[in-house]
Design a protein around this ligand. Structure first.
Ligand SMILES: [Zn+2]
Length: 228
């Protein structure tokens, strides 16, 4: 490493996960502006879902950099953006308990981290909401959902979740706010919500980083949009 790079490393905490420039946040200002173009906010149907952005272009690249190129630090920045969106949009006065949708344990072992968990933790720091990492547990090894149509997804996700160790010990006393990275057809959200409600636990809603556009929901043309 030359002295200049050494100097940059002293001054800047990160190198941007997208363009690799030295930066004082996980993404440099230029890349943040690009990713911000995918911003959207809309509530969705039965479980109220607040989605920060559209799963496309630079946001999609940034999520790929986070998950597949080992940049977990980006989740911290995204957690803050999600938190900001939630604080501006919250309608409910009851402070929920933030719980991530867990990924398959074997996948988590391979990746070394769970992006939904990192997002949820950063989100709860930013919003000062209570946080529980182990409210849910994934008990069924589910295949990759992107090959399946909505009905198959629904079927695959049935009974995919159980109460995690924290909720088995003690049922939460406040409603749950679920956190995930990508919302595709909602089958994951529905399965988690159904299971929690079956145990008498109320679900206030869900916050996700990105929602996939409608047209990619068709199984035949879908690209990997969600990694369970
Ligand atoms: Zn950059």
């Amino acid at each position: 490493m030359d002295w200049w790079q050494g100097f940059l490393n002293l001054v800047f905490k990160y190198s941007c996960a997208l363009c690799r420039q030295s930066a004082d946040e996980p993404l440099c200002p230029t890349c943040q502006t690009k990713v911000q173009q995918q911003r959207r906010l809309l509530p969705k149907k039965s479980v109220e879902v607040l989605a920060w952005g559209n799963y496309g272009k630079d946001l999609r690249s940034a999520i790929a950099a986070l998950k597949y190129r080992n940049n977990p630090q980006v989740a911290e920045l995204f957690g803050h953006w999600l938190g900001d969106a939630w604080l501006k949009n919250k309608k409910n006065k009851v402070r929920p308990l933030v719980v991530p949708i867990p990924m398959n344990p074997s996948k988590r072992r391979d990746r070394g981290f769970d992006q939904a968990e990192l997002l949820a933790r950063s989100f709860s720091h930013y919003t000062h909401l209570p946080y529980c990492a182990q409210g849910l547990e994934r008990i069924k090894q589910t295949e990759a959902l992107y090959n399946l149509d909505p009905r198959q997804r629904q079927h695959t996700m049935q009974d995919a979740f159980a109460l995690g160790p924290a909720f088995r010990r003690r049922r939460p006393q406040r409603p749950i706010l679920l956190v995930d990275d990508i919302f595709t057809t909602g089958s994951t959200a529905r399965a988690a919500t159904k299971m929690l409600r079956k145990h008498g636990i109320s679900v206030q809603g869900m916050v996700v980083l990105a929602v996939t556009p409608r047209k990619t929901h068709k199984a035949s043309t879908a690209k990997p949009a969600s990694t369970p």
